[in-house]
Every structure is written in C-alpha cells, then in structure tokens.
Ligand binder design. Sequence first.
Ligand SMILES: *Cc1c(COP(=O)(O)O)cnc(C)c1O
Length: 354
Amino acid sequence: MVHAPPRPPKGAPPVRINLYSDTQTRPTAAMKDAMMRAEVGDEQHGDDPTVHELCDRMAALMGKEAAVFLPSGTMCNVVAILTHCRSGDEVLAHETSHILHSEGGAHAAFTGVQILPLRGPRGAFTADDVRAAIRPRTRYAPPQRLLEVEQTANIGGGAVWPLAQLNAVAAVAREQGWNTHMDGARMMNACVAAAIPPTEMAAGFDSVWLDFTKGLGAPLGAVLCGSNEFIGQAWRWKQRLGGSMRQAGICAAACAYALDHHVDRLAEDHANARALARGLRQIPGVEVEEPDTNLVFFDVRGAGTTPEALQEHLLLRGIAVSGLGGRVRACTHLDVTAPMVEEAVAAIREALER
Ligand SMILES: *Cc1c(COP(=O)(O)O)cnc(C)c1O
C-alpha cells in the first residue's frame, strides 16, 4: 500500500495561509497572460521557439553551453545521473539529499547507481569529508563517478552552501576525475541570499538545474544545463523517459516570466522567513533554526506537542505547514505576505500555549 499525502482534517476551512511548500504557489494573472501569448511549436521536434529561448537564457544564466527543458526537478536529477553515470557507479551526496530520499528510488531503478551518503551540518559537507570518502581504485570498490550537491539544501534548512565550500568540494571531485552535479531546485534563493550570480555559483559543476515550480512560482518545468555533449545525451534520456513534450512553450513562457519578475522578489520571502523565525523564537519551548532563505524549520517537541498535532490545529484555522523528520517546516513564497506571517505566528503561539 502506497500512501498519498495526508488530507486536511474534516471540517477544515480552505487553506488561506499556505506555508506548506513553495511548490503550492498559483500562477499569477500576469504569468497566465504571458502563457496565453506564448508562441509555440512541437518541442519534441525542436520546433518550440519559446522553449528554445528559455533554454538559451538558462544556459547563459548558468554559464553553460546548453540546456534542456524538463517537466520537473526530479526528472532533471534522474536525467543528469543517467547521463553522468553507468550502472554500478557510486554517487557521493549528502545524507539528507533529495536524490536519496524523495525520488522514489529512481536512481537505483533506472541507472543502478548506489549513493554514498556524506554527513555534515545543514545539508553540506566539506572537502575533507569528500577526501575521506575516496575509495581505492580496486576491483572490489564501486567506481566513484559523480559528486552531487543541493543549493540550497532543502532538509538542511534551506541553507546556502558558501561559495568557497562549493568550489572546494568540486575541486576534490575534479582531482579524482569525477563528474559534478548541482541540484539547484532553489538555486536562485541561494544566489539572491548570498548576492552571488548563478554563473559563479555553478562554475565548479558540470551540470546544474533550476526548478521553476518552487519559489519562482511557475506551474511546471525545470531546466537542466551543461555542456553541448552532456545536453545531447540528456536529450536521449528525456526521450526515453517520456519527458519530451509538444507545445511546451506555454509552460516555458511561465518560466521566462518568472525569470523576469520573480527572482529579485525572493528577497521578500527571505525577509518573511526571518520574521517568522523571530516570532517563533519568542514562543516558549520552540527551537528555531535561523533561516538563510525561505525555509523555516522548527522543533515543537520542547513545547510538549508533535509536528502532526500542530499541523492539524493549524489546518482547522486555514493555515498549512509541513512536518519533516520530527521538525515542522514553514515555507515562505510569493503567495505569503508579512501580515500572513504574523497571523501564523499568533496561531502557532495559541496552539502551543494551550
Ligand atoms: C523539490 C526538489 C526537487 C524535485 O523537484 P520537483 O520539481 O518537485 O520534481 C529536487 N531537489 C530538491 C532539493 C528539491 O527541493
């Protein structure tokens, strides 16, 4: 039996304040207008001008030669690992990584890679951690092929990898002749928070992708970037997995709109996240991690409750948060305003002080 995500409790009103995830944003009216006006063609056939334009922009933005439009971030990771690795290869990634926990075992199922989980605070590891994980090149050890990082690290608390640390781990991979891949689901959050351009952030990595359905607010789509050769191979996997599309320009137009209008405003989400953390910190028994970006993780066990009980209490008041690994996660995004953050803090205080 495979369980679906939990439904709201009976009698819960519609969600008014959605801190559950930045994936739950709705396209704005202006974004829908841009989608309506998109010039389209057969994407699978290479004829969709809006998709081409988005891919060209993304390749330039990330400082790579080429890019491919895919339906989701998960498919970017799957296609990238299929392209970088062969079955039996080993991928080094953080123990909290999305590829390890949230992709349905795709990498074991499709590529047949094994993932070596690395430890470290806030979803990151150091060059020394990577060096300590290097295996001897014997016939016994799995061939190590790829180093993967998440920028920002989701379960790591939306934490931003410092650029020097990114470059240091990528340098060890390069010394070893491994490929490097950046899961950039929320990479623009990192770039805005650290005031570092994407080209610099991704410079040490052979491949990098950006999700348009997180804080950028598009309904669908992610773009994977890399060398011409890498993207050529990636296209074959996209076709094999059924990720080739038709008039995908409708979706690419939303992504292009997001690049134009929804990047700089991520700073507002970060400010709202900091305000949320400040408010929560005032509540006795609540432990809050200081957010780098738009994800606020907090522990309510010290206040004598569980994430699930708090979630249910809030849903009955039209407020959604998520529970992840014993902690509560509240996520700010373009449908969350400063007054909503205040109201959420008040509701959480009320729930915990009862
Ligand atoms: C959301 C997410 C993904 C997957 O992206 P989807 O578009 O939801 O498939 C991958 N990695 C990280 C770090 C994410 O947060």
